[in-house]
Design a protein around this ligand. Sequence first.
Ligand SMILES: Cc1cc2nc3c(=O)[nH]c(=O)nc-3n(C[C@H](O)[C@H](O)[C@H](O)COP(=O)(O)O)c2cc1C
Length: 190
Amino acid sequence: MEKLKTTDLKTVSFFGSPHGTGYSSRLHDAFLLNFSRSNIMRVSAYKKNVKPCIACGFCKTEFKCAYDDMNDVMEGIISADVLSFSWPVYFSSTPSPMKALIDRFQPLWESSTAGVSTVNSKMIFYFITSGSEYQSVFDPSMTILKYVALTLKSRLMENNSVKLSGLDNYNGQKNFDSVLNKLKSESLML
Ligand SMILES: Cc1cc2nc3c(=O)[nH]c(=O)nc-3n(C[C@H](O)[C@H](O)[C@H](O)COP(=O)(O)O)c2cc1C
């Protein structure tokens, strides 16, 4: 295992909970302690509130969106080394503002498919929490992240990411504290 030198890495960090200090956001913030604050672009899906994709087809030929409310995020993604995502599971998937934001990655998918994308080789981390503990609770979230990674020709960094279930019960909450403390005390290892 090699210690990752994170001080120079640029990251775009997507927060998908309405709660800035909720479980998923706190895990995500603990992870971000590894990075220089000036290199972090924070995007809160609920505050950003982007327009949903309307499948107008503009990005099929122009490789950018007809709307301009994601331009800063797209520029951030292009120059980032790291992308990180956090969200609470809602109805087994990601909350709708985060899904709307990810759907707006479609220009990146179109440029990737057309072979004109310059986006690749990013490290993608995730911090996902759920209230319950049923077996497939993280499956839709992981499918979404897998296809984000494929679209961006990037890697999901499973070792330094967290999926934490059962947070609506006492045992889950107890477990949360130890996972949070571990994230805070450990430097990133690859
Ligand atoms: C609208 C809504 C839908 C939810 N759906 C699920 C679900 O399908 N499965 C689950 O395990 N927990 C579900 N939960 C519980 C949240 O995932 C859980 O409370 C979460 O860990 C809170 O994270 P946060 O503090 O980062 O917002 C839901 C909560 C809300 C408010």
